[in-house]
Design a protein around this ligand. Structure first.
Ligand SMILES: NC(=O)c1ccc[n+]([C@@H]2O[C@H](COP(=O)([O-])OP(=O)(O)OC[C@H]3O[C@@H](n4cnc5c(N)ncnc54)[C@H](OP(=O)(O)O)[C@@H]3O)[C@@H](O)[C@H]2O)c1
Length: 254
């Protein structure tokens, strides 16, 4: 599917910034320019690279958005509605996420505030974003020849319940794991809710990636991860809705 318009959350660094970069330049997709709505918390302060990118690509619009703040989500959705016009929005990537660092080794002794933050940002954020952008996504599904729009929730294999007994000792990440497993369930519920509207929804694991969150020991560069993710996204069909996919297209266990 040609992606004519995309909304990316957490677009000022890491995986989100690379999604904006590759989509805006159409380096991989070889299609007409994608209009990229690049959302981040502090466009004026912590988004220098994104601002520079937007200067080079007039098809990037920077939008202020804190996914923990419902009024911020509503304002961003209104802006997206105006910018996307009657063609609507083809692709929403709920990428913004947190891994509260106190949770790295604390196991059951995690801070309650860390769990609250992880649930709010990693589960409720994508749900509220999808709800707010639903009218714009539906417009795209009605207008595109393929009759579909896509919601990708950037999840993690750390949310995979089946593999947790094998890898828990290497990184407890208690609140993070719970939040990503919850995001996976939310994605499947949304996939069922949105199926009749022609909107594909699924959780996507980007691999272990060298970003602030992934750290420098991660095997994948952001370019490797995001270029693979975009190939997967471009080839999605309604048959994939509700599946848990990896950046290389593999179907992951829940
Ligand atoms: N890196 C990996 O190995 C890996 C593996 C599996 C899954 N993931 C997932 O991939 C996604 C991106 O991760 P990353 O590695 O690129 O991490 P990152 O470099 O730490 O970037 C996280 C992004 O999320 C944004 N964000 C956090 N809370 C937000 C909020 N309340 N509102 C708006 N934006 C918010 C951050 O914005 P600020 O700059 O304002 O904080 C930043 O742009 C996350 O969902 C993560 O769980 C990453």
């Amino acid at each position: 599917m040609d992606i004519e318009s995309a909304f990316i959350t957490g677009a000022n660094r890491g995986i989100g910034l690379e999604l904006v970069r590759l989509l805006a330049a159409n380096e991989l997709t070889h299609q007409k320019a994608t209009r990229v709505l690049a959302a981040c918390r502090c466009p004026e302060e912590r988004a220098e690279e994104l601002q520079n990118l937007a200067q080079r690509h007039p098809n990037i619009e920077i939008i202020k958005l804190d996914v923990d703040d419902w009024s911020s989500i509503e304002n961003a959705a209104k802006k997206a509605d105006e910018l996307c016009g009657k063609g609507g929005l083809n692709l929403l990537v709920n990428n913004a996420g947190v891994n509260p660092m106190d949770s790295l080794k604390s196991g059951l002794n995690f801070q309650t505030s860390d769990m609250e933050l992880a649930v709010r940002t990693n589960i409720l954020g994508p749900i509220q974003m999808t709800k707010a952008l639903l009218p714009v996504l539906k417009r795209s599904a009605q207008m595109t020849p393929s009759g579909k729009a896509i919601v990708v929730n950037i999840s993690s294999s750390a949310g995979c319940i089946k593999q947790t007994p094998l890898n828990y000792k290497f990184g407890n990440l208690f609140p993070y794991r719970v939040s990503k497993a919850g995001l996976n369930m939310a994605s499947v519920c949304m996939a069922e809710d949105l199926r009749a509207d022609g909107i594909i929804c699924l959780p996507l694991h980007p691999g272990w990636v060298r970003t602030d969150m992934g750290g420098q020991k991660a095997p994948l560069s952001v370019e490797e991860s995001v270029s693979s993710c975009l190939k997967v996204i471009k080839n999605l069909t309604m048959q994939d809705t509700g599946s848990f996919l990896s950046y290389d297209g593999e179907v992951l266990p829940w």
